[in-house]
Unconditional design. Structure first.
Length: 148
């Protein structure tokens, strides 16, 4: 935003523009990722990975233990059961995402000369948690892990 080349181009374009607006694009998850004043937010892809890491188990567990047995199997319409599940999921994520972000802060905002290595290790851990959830939920569901 403050590069000399950009500023020079903006100056050169002034006769052709009436006004100029800039805005910061947010991810929508910023409230769950607290950073020190002036520090940049974590990369959007990391926030998305962390939200999915928390969201998938919450949705699955709620659906399996609450949604199906106590809502849809008791005659609650699907649209209402889905809304209740989303309400529960978002409420739980307000606690789970900041909690897990605290443990993975070293990955969300890496410091030092090994940023690429830290990014790889952190992403691998999160992907590993995805795999554990997928395997555990496949086992719980009684679904085959592969097709014959």
């Amino acid at each position: 935003m403050n590069s000399p080349v950009r500023l020079a181009l903006l100056k050169k374009a002034e006769p052709f523009t009436e006004e100029f607006h800039a805005r910061i694009v947010r991810t929508g998850f910023d409230q769950w990722f607290k950073v020190a004043d002036g520090a940049p937010q974590p990369a959007a892809w990391k926030m998305n990975m962390l939200v999915l890491m928390n969201l998938y188990p919450v949705v699955f567990v709620f659906g399996a233990l609450v949604g199906t047995p106590f809502l849809t199997n008791k005659g609650v319409p699907f649209w209402l059961a889905l809304f209740i599940g989303n309400l529960a999921s978002v409420t739980l994520l307000n606690w789970l995402v900041p909690w897990s972000a605290g443990y993975l802060g070293w990955w969300l905002a890496p410091k030092g000369p090994s940023v690429a290595r830290i990014n790889l290790i952190g992403a691998s851990i999160v992907i590993g948690i995805y795999a554990v959830c997928l395997l555990a939920f496949a086992w719980y569901s009684g679904l085959p892990l592969h097709r014959s």
